[in-house]
Every structure is written in C-alpha cells, then in structure tokens.
Ligand binder design. Structure first.
Ligand code: ATP
Ligand code: MG
Length: 138
C-alpha cells in the first residue's frame, strides 16, 4: 500500500462540491485514512508551496489557497500517488481528461479544485506537514 496527500482547494469547498469529490475518491477505490478541514495562513501556504516560490504565479497561488477553508486528506491504495493524479486529471481543467476531478470541478488552472502529491517522497513530506501519527488510520 502507498499513501498520497490530497487537498480539496478553497474554490471547491466554496462551490459546495467537496462532497462530490470525496465520493469520487471513495468510488475510485482510494481509501481515506485521514481527513480534516482547516484554513491556511499565508505563512503556512508559502511553506507548503515553497518549491514554487520563484514561479511567476506564486503570489496568486498563495492568495487562492488561503481564500477559504481546504479539506486535507491522506489517501491509501496500490500506486496511490499516480492513481490519484489520474483521477485528478491534468493541472489545467481545459485540457484535463473527461470525467477527471479537474475537468468536472476545476474553474481554471489557478483554481483547479484539487491538489495531489507528485511522488511518494513529496507525499510523505506533505502528509507530515498537516497530520500527526495519531490522526492517520493504519
Ligand atoms: P501538474 O504537476 O500535473 O502540472 P500540479 O497540480 O502538480 O499539476 P504544479 O505545477 O505543481 O501543478 O503547480 C501547483 C499549482 O499551481 C497548480 O495546481 C495550479 O493551481 C497552480 N499553477 C500551476 N501552473 C500555473 C500557471 N501557469 N498559472 C497559474 N497557476 C498555476
Ligand atoms: Mg506539480
């Protein structure tokens, strides 16, 4: 079993599609082994997205991710990282695969509804950023 980190972004929570996204994750076969709602401060968001700090879109990224509450999750499954990325679809909803979460619920590349870790190593770092061991089901 592999673990990945998922975030349902503010635009999806504000648009009241978080329940649909959670259902899609469960129906896809990924197991939710931790979940909570919180709102990131700008400082926390900058730390979470530190890898993107030199990108032109960084300030917009921080504004979007702190615009409202997010739902953070730990997902478990065979090949969970790649499996969740395929369920999410491409970063830009306009070019995302039909039926993918970003195609269904994303508004734009800046507001693309969900985040998922890009590799197993990133997943463990992102999980540890948000969850302690007691909060994650084994
Ligand atoms: P992928 O790696 O498949 O492109 P991702 O979600 O990992 O998807 P990143 O490149 O890691 O995307 O970027 C992180 C987030 O920054 C994206 O999910 C998106 O919300 C935002 N973003 C990415 N590229 C742009 C861009 N060109 N303009 C504005 N925001 C962007
Ligand atoms: Mg990426």
């Amino acid at each position: 079993m592999e673990r990945t980190f998922s975030m349902i972004k503010p635009e999806a929570v504000i648009n009241k599609v978080s329940g649909k996204i959670i259902t899609a994750i469960e129906e896809h076969g990924l197991k939710i082994i931790a979940q909570k709602m919180l709102q990131l401060s700008k400082e926390q968001a900058c730390c979470f997205y530190a890898a993107h700090r030199d990108k032109a879109f960084f300030n917009e990224l921080i504004n979007n991710i702190t615009a409202g509450p997010v739902i953070v999750q730990v997902l478990s499954g065979d090949n969970a990282v790649e499996d969740y990325r395929s369920l999410m679809g491409a970063a830009n909803p306009a070019s995302a695969e039909e039926g993918s979460l970003r195609k269904l619920y994303g508004i734009s590349i800046e507001k693309n509804a969900v985040h998922g870790s890009d590799c197993a190593q990133t997943a463990e770092r992102e999980i540890a950023f948000f969850f302690n061991q007691l909060e994650i089901m084994s």
